[in-house]
Design a protein around this ligand. Sequence first.
Ligand SMILES: [Fe+2]
Length: 198
Amino acid sequence: MAKYTLPDLPYAYDALQPYISKEIMTLHHKNHHQTYVTNLNAAEANLASLAGDDIKEKLKLQAALRFNGGGHINHSLFWKNLAPAQSPAARLAAGPLKDAINRDFGSLEAMIKEVNGATAALQGSGWGWLGLNTKSKKLEVVTTPNQDPLLSHAVIIGIDIWEHAYYLDYKNVKVNYLDAIWHVMNFQEAEARYKAAL
Ligand SMILES: [Fe+2]
């Protein structure tokens, strides 16, 4: 039996339009995320059934585990950190997260600029993050390559900057995707993560 399963989206496939199309959301969730889940289950099963001491084979399976496990974790976080643009969740309300953003970046606009700048500058595929440094309790901007999950910080917001996340809507113009995504950011979820991480 499969250990990991594809989580349902918390909204309809067309709920993030016009910022992210129904076509992207459908392919991204049903195909891309499902593939990470399928390959994660396969890697775990193969690792568990691996007989003997073939270290090379183990390393290969561990690499598959890291990639697909990261893909599953990252996308599960990503769906929940988005919300329809008209919903109250998509507004940064007064509260502890807003206070922390103002403290650490000066303003919401400055924070978005920093996240977008670092994320756009990432070479190849990966993720841009707003994370909480759990030691200093400060919000920081971080990126990770490929499907590496964010382990150094607690995730507040994650942005998928793989081409599959934006190409159908924005072609090669990454910055337009990065500007658009903030219209469908779930700040309610971000604040819940912030409070939980403190
Ligand atoms: Fe993705």
